[in-house]
Write a protein that binds this ligand. Structure first.
Ligand code: GAL
Length: 651
């Protein structure tokens, strides 16, 4: 599919007389897709059963008249007020046991079966009403599952659902007591209907209890999505069903939800995401107006896998947002750069959020492509430039399989949130640190799910901070012939959240003769220097091993151990150490690297290599041996600039 641009549009916010001229202007920018509908329930059904669909069909007519294709969002993230009167117990309950109120959005409880049915009902009605519209090109289910902390609800509906789910999982209460370790502290249950949710306890719940509640809650998100997917696919089997996921959101298993999606998409707000992240202040200052140079790319690669190879940006930041502590203006050029970077990683469509800045309500300080007075805002021109460049270069093709992969696992995120042992220890942070270290060298990376059964074709695979092995991953690592990096903390638990009988990393001795015998953690300030450069901090394992020690710290403790092509990392490292480990693996695998200036990143798509400069100042690219020349920009790449090289041989 040829890459295309889109925009989010809310016809219900504007006079009907504007719809046509808006559509005409969108087409002039070079926009192809327009997402509508996802928050419009109170206008589509103002009172129960009073269906008012004519206006949105007229909006689709106006868009279609100008050649625009519609992505129709089901409005289930914003149930109207009357719905709460009808189902007062559909409101989610927080950990403190307080019911959430009406007056913003996402106030529903995923476990509430009455609301799930209502969501199915409006989806079916919309599929019937607009499903055959000639402008319709795709569906979006709901909006940003889990946004505003809405995956977990501690309601009676969740409690009832959880008990049923546990009974189906364990069969007998004895099996549950054993799996959770309930003999500890006399926590044993006699019956499933005695089990409570893991909130409002005196101190922490058993970790397996917590983990099962997260697994259960994740399953509810998947079940909620499946209802809409089935309806939409039976109405239009030919149209893709998409959901818009988010940055650094791991409350539910996205791989599972995507079992009922054709395409994954995500909403990219690089400045807001960096501002609200726990990245160091130094990085926040340096990239305040550009965003973290690796965060968007990581999510592009993640969602490509979540979406079975197909993914979009459903919302792209166009200017200042309204939801971080401070909301700076992107550097001129960033709205173009972010789109190009997404296309480089295989995006089919990049959709800007939103067409016109709203003068009213919660997001009136959030920029759009147009100002509230309908004059073009800076991103308007940048979007137009991207559309022209896409046309001129004819960039196309898919992203090929990378030579390096890193495994990302939602369950591991939950496990270490439940039992961090070192404040802030997270699976995702370890994955992203490795990802960035490879990317610094211009290496393309795939993100793999923990259900991958074969790593064939990769030169290097990394599995950091993995909670527990499963059958798929065991098969994948046992048959892998490339360099494999495991650890720290990987395989340190069973699926029941217990320490494995043979201790971490729970691998056969012939694969890796190594046992973790003790773990100590410290605050990030207390670092132990490593011989040859870098430091370990936060997480440190003592091991017994028959493997070869490749790197050790200044206390003579092994840091990187190898056995054949398997490498085990015993600690969380600072940036310098992670880079050293990655560089060592790259050298062992003899992978080609690029010499990128600081702040510059790149990715190959089809026959092109796309360079983006996250730096504020100009940089000069070193022409790579496989490049035939530049089709956008040149070797001197300005701050927030883009250069596209054509490859001599298709990548
Ligand atoms: C997203 C959301 C949009 C809008 C946007 C503002 O999280 O899907 O509806 O609120 O943020 O940046």
């Amino acid at each position: 599919m040829t890459p295309a641009l889109g925009v989010c549009y809310y016809p219900e916010h504007w006079h009907e007389a504007w719809w046509e001229s808006d559509a005409k202007r969108m087409a002039e920018v070079g926009i192809t897709f327009v997402r509508i509908g996802e928050f419009a329930w109170s206008k589509l059904e103002p009172t129960p059963g009073d269906l008012q669909f004519d206006w949105i069909i007229r909006a689709m007519d106006a868009l279609g008249k100008h050649g625009l294709k519609v992505v129709f969002g089901t409005p289930t993230a914003t149930p109207p007020r009357w719905m709460v009167d009808k189902h007062p117990d559909m409101l989610a309950v927080d950990t403190e046991g307080r019911r959430k109120g009406f007056g913003s959005r996402r106030h529903y409880d995923f476990s509430h079966l009455g609301y799930r049915e209502e969501a199915g009902r409006i989806t079916q009605l919309l599929a019937d009403a607009v499903g055959q519209h000639p402008a319709l090109a795709a569906w979006q289910t709901d909006n940003e599952y889990g946004c505003h902390g809405t995956t977990y609800s501690y309601s009676p509906a969740a409690l009832a659902g959880f008990r049923t789910w546990l009974e189906a999982r364990y069969g007998t209460i004895d099996a549950l007591n054993t799996a959770w370790g309930n003999v500890f502290w006399s926590m044993e249950y006699n019956r499933f209907d005695q089990i409570e949710l893991p909130n409002l306890l005196v101190c922490e719940a058993a970790p397996a209890h917590e983990l099962d509640f997260r697994r259960y809650s994740s399953d509810q998100v998947a079940a909620f999505n499946a209802v809409q997917f089935d309806i939409l696919k039976s109405a239009r089997p030919d149209l893709p069903v998409i959901h818009n996921f988010m940055s650094r959101t791991s409350d539910f298993d996205h791989y599972d939800v995507a079992k009922t999606l054709d395409i994954a998409s995500w909403d990219s707000y690089p400045l807001g995401h960096l501002a609200v992240s726990d990245e160091p202040e130094e990085l926040k200052h340096q990239y305040m107006r550009q965003g973290d140079p690796d965060n968007a790319a990581f999510h592009h690669d993640l969602y490509r896998t979540v979406g079975h190879g197909r993914w979009w940006i459903m919302e792209q930041q166009p200017g200042p947002v309204n939801w971080a502590q401070y909301n700076p203006d992107p550097l001129p050029g960033m709205a173009r750069l972010w789109a190009w970077e997404a296309f480089a990683h295989g995006a089919e469509v990049v959709t800007y959020f939103r067409w016109r800045q709203a003068p009213f309500a919660q997001e009136q300080m959030h920029a759009g492509l147009l100002r509230p007075d309908s004059e073009p805002a800076p991103a308007h021109g940048e979007a137009m430039q991207v559309a022209q460049e896409l046309k001129a270069t004819g960039i196309d093709g898919v992203v090929g399989k990378a030579r390096v992969a890193v495994v990302y696992d939602y369950q591991s995120e939950w496990a270490w949130e439940i039992q961090p042992q070192a404040k802030g220890f997270s699976h995702g942070a370890h994955v992203r640190a490795l990802y960035s270290a490879f990317r610094k060298h211009g290496i393309d990376i795939d993100v793999l799910s923990p259900h991958t059964t074969s790593f064939a074709g990769y030169d290097i695979v990394a599995i950091p901070a993995l909670f527990a092995w499963n059958d798929a991953l065991r098969t994948a690592i046992e048959t892998f012939e490339g360099q494999l990096l495991i650890g720290p903390r990987s395989g340190s638990k069973t699926q029941d959240f217990a320490i494995p009988a043979t201790l971490a990393p729970d691998l056969p001795r012939n694969m890796l003769d190594l046992r973790v015998t003790r773990v100590s953690t410290t605050d990030p300030v207390h670092q132990t220097p490593v011989k040859g450069g870098g430091a370990v901090h936060h997480w440190r394992e003592r091991i017994e091993t028959g493997g070869e020690v490749v790197i050790e710290d200044e206390d003579n403790q092994p840091v990187l151990v190898s056995q054949g092509k398997l490498f085990y990392l015993t600690a969380s490292g600072n940036k310098a150490l992670v880079q050293r480990v990655v560089d060592y693996l790259i050298a062992e695998a003899d992978l080609p690297v690029l010499n990128l200036p600081a702040g510059v990143r790149c990715r190959v798509r089809g026959g092109f290599r796309i360079y983006v400069n996250y730096g504020a100042g100009a940089a000069t690219l070193n022409r790579a041996a496989d490049e035939a020349g530049y089709v956008v920009g040149e070797a001197s790449i300005p701050g927030a600039g883009v250069t596209v090289a054509r490859l001599a041989t298709a990548g």
